[in-house]
Design a protein around this ligand. Structure first.
Ligand SMILES: Nc1ncnc2c1ncn2[C@@H]1O[C@H](COP(=O)(O)OP(=O)(O)OP(=O)(O)O)[C@@H](O)[C@H]1O
Ligand SMILES: [Mg+2]
Length: 353
């Protein structure tokens, strides 16, 4: 692949697919981002760094001065509505696209330094297209060989990773005959092949049935610490559960980033969902809650029938606040239908995008 312009993986062609637009000439769907024999390794604290990265397609700015620092060994979420720039960001990390401005560093190298990065970066493109005529096993073996696996190790590695996505029975099945979810899992297996140090997963659970999506989450959690995993998903509960930190993108810009605790304000606010019809105005328990010295502010969210209390993280913690607030509510026989620390990632994203 040239290091100039290459297609987004989602527009990468299959045998049947029409040619992509001239703006984005095409790499193979599974262009190996990776590598050869003598790899120089650098000790890096941040596995991935983006410094003021901008990507323009003609007059359209898809990614706008994005700066990110992703800690080695963490699970990092890229969040944002359709068209926010997530896939474009992934494509630049994978080396499929070159930033218009700014720089990307993967494990201390430019994504175009393929010799240094081969087999160290695994990529699941958003709409990965598998070679329809290949058997699943052939495809994975081919990908293993591209990563310099010794031939005697390649099959073992391929079979192991296929088993990890619960697809060991598909070895001899044609890629073209797989269901959407099965193909996604084979593509995911390909991304995980050979224990890469950085794994880019663009919507790995989209279209998977709930059990398999659960297993994929477990698999990602299981790699925490061993690999740096960057993941996008429209399932915000999923990201809240598995990510250590995340960036929220909107129209190409980072509108918030930080640890999941920071993003969800889970160490600064508690939401108590009240039973329907609970009277709050003038209720004596409201005053008792307001009188709690540990709270900075108390609000009622009428629309959600929620009591929201804010506190200073340096002075107390969510558990203590929950204990005190619930004590008052229970004594007043207020009906409670849920308690959450923080506002939840979903609400945060809704507030920002
Ligand atoms: N090859 C291209 N040529 C022109 N515009 C593009 C190209 N690729 C992406 N864009 C535009 O850049 C913006 C960001 O697209 P991108 O695919 O990165 O979004 P996304 O956050 O991944 O969205 P989704 O959640 O739908 O996958 C969109 O407005 C899109 O139309
Ligand atoms: Mg996308």
């Amino acid at each position: 692949m040239s290091d100039t312009e290459a297609a987004k993986p989602e527009s990468a062609p299959s045998a049947e697919a029409p040619a992509p637009p001239a703006e984005a000439p095409a790499p193979p769907a599974f262009a190996p981002v990776v590598a050869p024999r003598k790899k120089k390794k650098k000790e890096v604290e941040a596995a991935v760094r983006l410094n003021k990265v901008t990507k323009r397609f003609g007059t359209k700015t898809a990614v706008d001065e994005v700066t990110l620092k992703i800690k080695a060994g963490s699970v990092y979420g890229l969040i944002g509505p359709n068209g926010a720039g997530k896939t474009t960001t992934f494509s630049m990390m994978a080396g499929y696209l070159k930033p218009t401005e700014g720089s990307v560093e993967m494990l201390g190298f430019a994504p175009t330094q393929v010799d240094e990065l081969r087999s160290r970066v695994g990529v699941l493109p958003q709409d990965a297209v598998l070679p329809a005529n290949d058997l699943v096993g052939e495809f994975l073996l081919h990908m293993a060989r591209l990563q310099d696996f010794p031939p005697e190790k390649a099959e073992e590695a391929a079979r192991t990773v296929l088993a990890e996505v619960d697809g060991k029975d598909w070895w001899s099945q044609r890629c073209g005959s797989l269901s959407h979810g099965m193909a996604k899992r084979v593509a995911l297996a390909q991304a995980l092949l050979g224990e890469p140090e950085v794994v880019l997963l663009d919507e790995p659970t989209a279209g998977l049935d709930p059990r398999v999506a659960y297993e994929v989450r477990q698999l990602i959690k299981g790699r925490r610490g061993r690999a740096t995993i960057i993941i996008s998903s429209h399932n915000l509960q999923e990201l809240e559960e598995i990510c250590d930190a995340a960036a929220i993108l909107d129209r190409g810009r980072v509108v918030a980033s930080g640890s999941m605790t920071e993003l969800t304000a889970s160490s600064e606010e508690v939401h108590v969902k009240l039973g329907r019809g609970t009277k709050t105005t003038g209720a004596p328990w409201m005053q008792q809650v307001r009188d709690l010295k540990m709270l900075k502010r108390v609000e009622i969210d009428e629309e959600r029938t929620e009591l929201v209390v804010y506190f200073e993280r340096k002075e107390t913690d969510a558990e203590t606040v929950i204990a005190h607030v619930l004590w008052i509510l229970l004594n007043a026989q207020v009906k409670i239908s849920g308690v959450t620390k923080g506002r939840g990632l979903e609400q945060r994203v809704m507030d920002l995008t």
